[in-house]
Design a binder for this molecule. Structure first.
Ligand SMILES: [Zn+2]
Length: 418
């Protein structure tokens, strides 16, 4: 099938789907999923059995969620073995898998395991069964796919991503799910490449679509404006860090387009900008989001929340019920003007962004690279990285023997690259 006829086929398949989507009752569908999750969790997870006790799940609705105790940021890792629904995946086994992970490999051929400290600085571990991980990847890909389809280019173009090249990092791992084989259309460049090499590779590949961390895109726009990077991407997407208004403007200046910014966390949600800087769609069909204030009282829609509780409605291996995410946002009380049934959120801010925004300080190309170096060791349970004039100081809290020399060396390598 040629590119243009396959694009036509995709569009007509989508057109047929629209009436079905309009008939879907999303709140009812979400509650059906919620009851399914809670019932399964109570049956198979010792933690959920305690948590849910004798709650009547047959008639359970979202309105009942605030009466369930929340899951603190540290709980998924501290109570890992009681939370998971499969006795084959205690934390020891999952950690050993992570430590030996060098490629796109599933634990027991089915479980995707990821360490992360993305929102809290606490080392967390998430595990997804194969089908649920595919759902996660589909969620993380659907808005970019929608954008690509909307542009109706007959030529799919060249996609280049610049992320951590570690099998344990979500930005790398997600690309193993749907990306075409290397060399066909998608190319991955490690974010740790020296800037000159990165620029040379991008000049050679001529991406029509570029995806990377916000900080890396900022570096690349500077190279484009200086004239060393000569590419014409039709789409640029960012994830992992805070996108500043200045970086947004640099993308406009360099390539004359609006950047698609993404906010995501491994607990279950990826949200995407839909027009400009204004808002991101929350995946309301796959997760419930409860905005709360600093004293964890519910916040009305349309009001700023200091954090949210997220319930992942599709991860059956590790039920994540009312998980605390310490990013602030305002969940809209209005449906999105674009017509999507997914509610938008505004003013998303990660707590980490406050910690690491150092005006006039030295530029780190990517904090994610540093976090990666700290997340690998299973005994590191919490960490902080402090930016100093000519170095980074890392504090780690450990729960067992930690090879500090190895971490130091890894951090040094990452800093050199960052
Ligand atoms: Zn919208």
């Amino acid at each position: 099938m040629s590119h243009s006829s396959s694009a036509t086929a995709r569009r007509s398949a989508l057109a047929e789907l629209v009436p079905f989507l309009r008939r879907l009752d999303w709140p009812a569908e979400r509650e059906r999923r919620l009851r399914g999750l809670l019932s399964f969790a109570r049956l198979r997870s010792p933690h959920s059995r305690d948590l849910l006790g004798s709650v009547d799940l047959e008639s359970f609705t979202e309105a009942g969620l605030p009466r369930l105790p929340p899951t603190s940021e540290a709980e998924p890792i501290h109570r890992f073995d009681e939370i998971v629904t499969d006795p084959r995946i205690p934390l020891d086994v999952v950690n050993e898998h992570i430590e030996n992970l060098r490629s796109d490999t599933y634990l027991f051929g089915r479980f995707r395991a990821l360490p992360t400290g993305e929102s809290s600085g606490i080392r967390e571990v998430f595990v997804y069964d194969w089908g649920d991980w595919t759902t996660f990847a589909a969620m993380a890909n659907r808005w970019p796919v929608r954008a690509a389809l909307a542009e109706r280019h007959a030529d799919p173009g060249t996609y280049v991503s610049v992320y951590a090249d570690r099998a344990t990092h979500i930005s790398d791992t997600l690309q193993d799910v749907f990306t075409p084989p290397a060399g066909e259309r998608g190319h991955r460049l490690p974010v740790t490449l020296p800037v000159e090499t990165l620029v040379a590779e991008l000049n050679r590949l001529q991406p029509t679509e570029l995806s990377s961390y916000q900080s890396t895109v900022a570096v690349l726009t500077a190279e484009a404006i200086a004239g060393s990077l000569v590419i014409r991407p039709a789409r640029v997407s960012t994830v992992g860090e805070l996108l500043s208004e200045a970086s947004r403007e640099l993308v406009r200046e360099a390539w004359g387009i609006e950047v698609t910014d993404t906010w995501g966390c491994t607990v279950s949600v990826y949200a995407f900008t839909y027009t400009t800087a204004q808002g991101m769609h929350l995946p309301e069909d796959l997760a419930t989001v409860e905005p709360v204030d600093a004293s964890v009282e519910p916040v009305a829609l349309g009001q700023p929340a200091s954090k949210i509780y997220v319930t992942n409605l599709y991860n059956m291996a590790q039920p994540l019920i009312r998980c605390e995410i310490t990013d602030s946002m305002t969940v809209s009380d209005e449906p999105c003007p674009c017509g999507s049934a997914q509610r938008p959120a505004f003013d998303l801010r990660s707590r980490l962004d406050d910690v690491f925004a150092h005006e006039g300080g030295p530029t780190l190309r990517s904090l994610m690279v540093l976090f990666d170096a700290l997340e690998i060791d299973r005994h590191v349970i919490d960490f902080q990285v402090h930016q100093a004039p000519r170095r980074a100081d890392a504090l780690v809290v450990s729960e067992g023997p930690v090879d500090l020399g190895a971490i130091d060396a890894e951090l040094g390598r990452s800093l050199d690259a960052a």
